[in-house]
Design a protein around this ligand. Structure first.
Ligand code: PEP
Ligand code: MG
Length: 551
């Protein structure tokens, strides 16, 4: 068999030799336990703790999206239901290793039966079980292969704990037997701009050292290609990489309608990469990231210096800066209202700024000063805004302090439902789909156990986006999207169909989103969006969108 097929992620291509992920640990024997149950349970509990701590350490080292995934996995290793199940199996005579193996396998099977996003988390569970068993055996946990030269990584599926350690300069492409478009392999490949083909049924037949051509655009893998095939592939790789770095045309739809593509940034150090990847400005600058370690509120001068360096990187372009979004997952010591039972529902975002108005006034003053010092076009927005009254409060204060363009983030369902009023009272609206999803689905975005709810493809979230899109259209107010949803190429098209007038994303996603938008007119994007809104779940919405594009 020379060609294999799967689901391609991204548009890139790679040629190189295969290195397979080392095989999993041998299945623990079904032998009966010879030690006492309490002693065995103590050993297992210590192994769980070791694995959980190790995963947390990896999470901290990884940062970003990978951090959340690893933290969720670390929680799996401490999940009371699983731990109780393992202990019960040991009480019933099982060895510790076997009890871990069976309990996790049974749980993973239940996830697979549930399908969709949950099924794709089964690989994470399997990985945790392997790590615990490795600790019990005193052997190293299965992990990435060692290599001094670049290679294509082929695996059954990749666990987050491995993928965060993956060196994008070494790994040319990813090929997995399992996994779908939302598996961690796919998420990681997208964020590293690595070509990947997942769900390759016969991936187990590819052996170490085989040369492959991996074409993510078509989902095709050529095994042991001829010299001609390699030459053609290499030509295309060179062309794609030239396009990636040289053809940085502004974002547009198929009929040429401009659709500005902007970058989400958290520090001035990130500006250069965003410019290199063709960002047409900044759609979300998260100012709180600058002050996560500060114990006292930053001074106007200190802030102005930071903001000036960001604005200076985008001369003549739009830079949307978000005022400090303190609280919940991003606590700031100087904007803290005390202990809260539910910080995500507490005094956060604009609420915290309003309770500390001097801090907000200083920030707006510093921002206005930075705009005067550069030629960028500064837009300023408030996070976590609830309704018209809060919108008016922010816009009036911003104007008073010299901000020319003032807007609000739509992250709370209440704001989406009141969008017709809000859009008339501000200069722009920017939809934060991360929080909008969290609050619409009533699922803490930091909590692994409800991670499956944090899916912006859910029609409930998209219906709210449509309300905001419609309101913006009627009021003539621009509506951007700056949540992670904008970095999923197909979902980005849906967002445009729902009325988004610009999209802002992690810079690595710009290339793929730019390419996907070019395949649709606004009318086609609107038809796609209408279909998706009729779905009953996130999985169905995704499937409908994929079917629409292949029809
Ligand atoms: C969002 O909520 O979608 C958003 C962009 O803000 P953050 O992720 O920083 O909360
Ligand atoms: Mg948010």
């Amino acid at each position: 068999m020379k060609e294999l097929c799967g689901i391609g992620v991204g548009r890139a291509m790679a040629v190189g030799p295969v290195l397979r992920m080392p095989v999993a640990l041998a299945e623990p024997a079904r032998a009966r336990r010879t030690t006492g149950a309490p002693a065995e349970q103590r050993l297992v509990s210590a192994a769980f703790a070791t694995v959980s701590t190790d995963l947390l350490e990896r999470a901290e080292a990884a940062g970003g999206e990978a951090q959340e995934v690893l933290e969720a996995q670390s929680m799996m290793a401490m999940d009371p239901t699983l731990v109780d199940d393992v202990n019960a199996r040991i009480d019933a005579g099982s060895t510790g290793e076997r009890a871990v193996f069976d309990a996790f396998a049974e749980f993973a099977e239940r996830l697979i039966e549930l399908g969709g996003y949950l099924a794709e988390r089964a690989a994470d569970l399997h990985d945790v079980a392997q790590r615990v068993i490795a600790v019990l055996r005193g052997v190293p946990a299965p992990g990435l292969p060692e290599s001094l030269t670049p290679y294509i990584l082929v695996a059954r599926d990749l666990a987050p704990a491995d993928t965060v350690l993956l060196d994008p300069l070494k790994v040319l492409a990813l090929v997995t037997r399992d996994g779908g478009p939302t598996s961690h392999t796919a998420i990681l490949a997208r964020s590293l701009s690595l070509p990947a083909v997942v769900g390759v049924e016969h991936a187990d037949d590819i052996s170490d050292g085989t040369i492959l051509i991996v074409d993510a655009e078509t989902g095709r893998i050529t095994m042991a290609p001829s010299a001609d095939e390699i030459a053609t592939a290499e030509e295309r790789i060179a062309r794609l990489s030239r396009e990636q770095y040289l053809d940085l045309a502004p974002g547009a739809l198929r009929d040429g309608e401009p659709l500005p593509l902007l970058a989400n940034l958290g520090s001035s150090a990130d500006c250069a990469q965003a410019v290199r990847l063709g960002a047409e400005g900044v759609g979300l600058f998260r100012t709180e990231f600058l002050f996560l370690d500060s114990t006292a509120a930053p001074t106007v001068a200190e802030q102005q210096a930071h903001y000036t360096s960001v604005l200076a990187a985008f001369p003549g372009q739009k830079v949307v800066v978000r005022c400090l979004d303190a609280g919940a997952d991003k606590p700031l010591k100087f904007l803290h209202g005390g202990l809260e039972e539910n910080p995500a529902l507490g005094l956060r975002g604009l609420r915290a700024l309003r309770a500390n108005e001097a801090v907000l006034r200083d920030q707006l003053t510093a921002l206005a000063g930075a705009e005067r010092a550069t030629s960028a076009e500064l837009w300023v927005m408030a996070p976590m805004v609830t309704d018209l009254a809060e919108t008016r409060y922010f816009v009036e204060l911003a104007r008073e302090l010299g901000i020319r363009v003032a807007g609000v983030m739509a992250e709370i369902p209440a704001l989406a439902l009141m969008a017709d009023q809000v859009a008339l009272a501000c200069d722009f609206v920017s939809i934060g789909t991360n929080d909008l999803t969290q609050y619409t689905m009533a699922a803490d975005r930091m909590l692994g156990s409800v991670a499956s709810y944090q899916d912006p493809w859910h029609p409930a979230v998209l219906r709210l986006v449509k309300l905001i899109g419609n309101a913006g259209h009627s009021a003539g107010t621009p509506v951007g999207v700056c949540g992670e949803a904008a970095s999923d190429p197909l979902l980005a098209v849906v967002l445009v169909g729902l009325g988004a007038t610009s999209l802002s994303m992690t810079p690595a996603a710009l290339v793929d989103v730019r390419a996907e938008l070019l395949r649709f007119t606004r009318a086609e994007a609107a038809r796609l969006a209408t279909q998706v809104l009729g779905a009953s779940s996130a999985a169905e919405a995704r499937a409908l969108a994929q079917a629409f594009t292949t029809a």
